[in-house]
Design a protein around this ligand. Structure first.
Ligand code: SF4
Length: 559
C-alpha cells in the first residue's frame, strides 16, 4: 500500500452534491447567517463531482414549485429556467397496441400549477443564486471516502487523480485531500457512494428502516416538428412495456411547442434477469401514442438514473454526529407522483435551519442535529411523504392489485389495507433462470427490438448523446469483487443480468479466448452515466460503484 501524504483542508460545513438539496441548504444557510447579526459567515464548502453544476442532474421533470417558492419566493422574477407551466395533463394505461385514458385524474395526480423543467438547467441557475449569496461551489471535486473518526463523521477524502489502471501513480498524480468539517451534509443524489459508506460504517442509520427500492429511469430529449405537442402538455402512463408483475411507467412532457422530454422507468425489484430499462424505453417509444409525436424529429440528449421509491418507511435516520442526509440520498421522493425536487429543496431548507442552531450552540453532535429529523418529519414535505408511505409497497403483487391498493390508500390517508409492508432488497427479487422458467414456463429473454439509430437507439449511440467522458487511464470505478462469480456462477444461474440492466453498455459478455466455448465479462467504464443501477441490481452484490476522477461522467444539458 502506498504511503500517501494528503493535504488537510478544514471547513465548518461540507456539502457533498450540488443538486437541489445541497444548493437549497447552502442558499438558506447564507440567508439565515446574513440575517443574524451575532453570527459570522461560517466556512462552507460545496462540492460536486460533475464537471459543472448540473452535469449530473437528470430528471423527467415536472416540478412542484412549493420548495423553490419557499427558498426563493421571487424565483420567476429572478429568471428561474422554467420550460413551461403544465397546461394539459393525462394518464394512460398502456397495452402494446392500445391506450386507455383515465377519465378523471385523482387530485394527488394532477399537475396543474407545476412546471416542466430541465433539472440540469434549474440546478445551474440555483448555483448562480448560491454564488451570489457568497458561497463558492467546487465542481469537478469528487468525494471518495467518508471519514469516520471515533464514531463521528469527520469529512471526506477526495479522489486521487492521475492513477493508472492498475493504481500506479502517473506523472500527473495528485493525492486526494482530506476535507475535515464540523458537519458533513450528504446530498449526493440517489444511492450515493458516500451515503452507502455512511449506512455501512454507522449501522444505526439504517437500523429501523425498510430496504430502499429503486426504479431506473431512461430518458431522451427530442426536437419535434411543430404541431405535435404543446408546451406544458404532460402525459403519464402505466403498464406496457413492463409486464403486469413489474413496477413501471413512463412520461412525455412538452418542454416547448417543439421540444419533448420522454422517458420510462422500471422497478429494479423485477423477477426477470433480462430486465432492461433501456430496451423497455426504446420499445415504449414505438407505441403509437408517442410515435405520432416523435416520428420525424431528432433525438438530442440521453440520460439515465435511478430513483428511490421505497418512500417514508425506507428513509434512513437523517442525522449522526457530524452528519446530515438530504434529498434523494435520504430517499426523499414521492413515489406516487414520482417527484422529489421540491422535497429535496425543503430538506435543504430545514437542514440549514438545523445547522444555524448547531453553529450557535457550537455543537454538531447527534443530540443537537436530531432536530433536523423532527423538523423534516413535521414539515409539509414530511407529511407529503407520510401520506404516500405505502404507495410502492402496494405494487408488491403486480400492477392490478397495486392499482386497487393505491386507490384504497387515496381514501385512507395513505394507509390502505396494510401498514409498513415488508420489502426485500431489490436484487433479492430476481429469479435464477431455472426458477423463472419453473414459474413462467419459459426461459427469461429480452424482448425483440431492432435499433435503427434514427428512432430507436442502441445503448452506445444513446450514451454518445449524454456527453459522457472518462479518462481511460484510471482504475475502473466499477469494482468487481470476484470475476469468477461473474464468469461462471452468474452466467450459469442468471445469464449475466448486468449486460441487460446497465443502460450504458458498460457490461458486455464476450467470448473467452482462454476458455473455448465459454464467455467472460468485459467492462467499458468510460461509458458509465453514473446511474448506480449495477450497484443496486447485481444479484450477488459483487459490483461496487466508486467515484471516478472528479469532473468525469455525463455532461447533461437540457435534461
Ligand atoms: Fe449505471 Fe452501473 Fe451502467 Fe454505470 S455501469 S451506467 S452506474 S448500470
Amino acid at each position: 500500500m502506498m504511503d500517501v501524504q494528503r493535504d488537510v483542508l478544514e471547513t465548518d460545513v461540507l456539502i457533498v452534491g450540488a443538486g437541489p438539496a445541497g444548493l437549497a441548504l447552502a442558499h438558506k444557510l447564507a440567508e439565515l447567517v446574513a440575517a443574524d447579526e451575532a453570527l459570522e459567515m461560517p466556512e462552507v464548502l460545496l462540492m460536486d463531482k460533475g464537471s459543472y453544476v448540473g452535469a449530473h442532474s437528470l430528471s423527467g421533470a415536472v416540478m412542484n414549485p412549493r420548495g423553490l417558492a419557499e427558498l426563493i419566493p421571487d424565483f420567476k422574477e429572478k429568471g428561474a429556467p422554467l420550460e413551461a407551466e403544465v397546461r394539459e395533463d393525462a394518464l394512460y394505461l398502456l397495452s402494446e397496441g392500445g391506450a386507455v385514458k383515465a377519465p378523471i385524474l385523482p387530485a394527488p395526480l394532477k399537475n396543474h400549477g407545476n412546471y416542466v423543467v430541465s433539472l440540469n438547467k434549474l440546478t445551474g441557475w440555483m448555483a448562480e443564486q448560491v454564488e451570489a449569496a457568497g458561497i463558492d461551489i467546487y465542481a469537478g471535486l469528487a468525494g471518495y471516502d467518508l471519514l469516520v473518526e471515533d464514531g463521528r463523521v469527520a469529512g471526506v477524502q477526495t479522489v486521487d487523480m492521475g492513477l493508472d489502471k492498475d493504481g500506479t501513480p502517473r506523472a500527473n498524480y495528485e493525492a486526494g485531500s482530506l476535507i475535515k468539517a464540523r458537519v458533513t451534509v450528504l446530498c449526493e443524489g440517489v444511492h450515493g457512494s458516500l451515503t452507502r459508506q455512511a449506512l455501512e460504517k454507522i449501522p444505526e442509520l439504517a437500523a429501523d428502516n425498510l430496504p430502499q427500492s429503486y426504479l431506473t429511469g431512461v430518458k431522451e430529449v427530442w426536437e419535434v416538428p411543430s404541431g405535435r405537442i404543446k408546451a406544458g402538455q404532460v402525459i403519464h402512463s402505466l403498464g406496457w412495456p413492463s409486464k403486469s408483475r413489474e413496477y413501471g411507467g413512463g412520461w412525455l412532457y412538452g418542454m416547448s411547442d417543439t421540444m419533448v422530454s420522454i422517458g420510462y422507468a422500471v422497478g429494479l425489484d423485477s423477477t426477470d434477469p433480462t430486465n432492461d430499462p433501456h430496451r423497455k424505453f426504446q420499445r415504449y417509444k414505438n407505441h403509437k401514442l408517442f410515435k405520432e409525436i416523435l416520428d420525424g424529429g431528432t433525438m438530442l440528449h440521453y440520460g439515465a438514473k435511478t430513483m428511490p421509491v421505497g418512500g417514508f418507511y425506507s428513509m434512513p435516520r437523517l442525522y449522526h454526529d457530524g452528519l446530515l442526509l438530504c434529498g434523494d440520498s435520504a430517499g426523499m421522493l414521492n413515489a406516487q407522483k414520482l417527484k422529489g425536487i421540491h422535497l429535496a429543496i425543503k430538506s435543504g431548507i430545514v437542514g440549514a435551519e438545523t445547522i444555524l442552531e448547531a453553529l450557535k450552540a457550537d455543537d454538531f453532535s447527534s443530540n443537537q442535529l436530531k432536530s433536523y429529523a423532527e423538523r423534516f418529519r413535521t414539515s409539509w414535505a414530511g407529511q407529503e411523504l407520510h401520506a404516500t408511505r405505502n404507495f410502492h409497497a402496494a405494487f408488491e403483487s403486480g400492477l392490478w392489485s397495486g392499482l386497487f391498493h393505491a386507490g384504497m390508500q387515496l381514501v385512507t390517508g395513505g394507509k390502505g389495507l396494510f401498514e409498513r409492508r415488508p420489502h426485500k432488497h431489490d436484487h433479492e427479487y430476481m429469479l435464477k433462470k431455472n426458477e423463472y422458467k419453473a414459474l413462467f414456463g419459459a426461459e427469461p429473454a429480452p424482448a425483440a427490438i431492432k435499433f435503427d439509430n434514427e428512432y430507436t437507439f442502441d445503448k452506445v449511440s444513446d450514451v454518445y448523446k449524454s456527453g459522457t467522458m472518462h479518462e481511460e487511464h484510471q482504475p475502473s470505478h466499477l469494482v468487481i469483487a470476484d470475476f469468477d462469480i461473474c464468469n461462471n456462477q452468474c452466467t450459469e444461474e442468471y445469464g449475466n443480468p448486468c449486460q441487460h440492466f446497465c443502460p450504458a453498455s458498460v457490461y458486455n459478455i464476450v467470448d473467452d479466448t482462454d476458455r473455448p466455448g465459454k464467455t467472460k465479462l468485459e467492462l467499458t467504464p468510460s461509458n458509465c452515466v453514473h446511474c448506480k443501477t449495477c450497484d443496486i441490481a447485481d444479484p450477488y452484490q459483487v459490483i461496487r460503484w466508486v467515484t471516478p476522477q472528479g469532473g468525469e461522467g455525463p455532461n447533461y444539458t437540457n435534461c
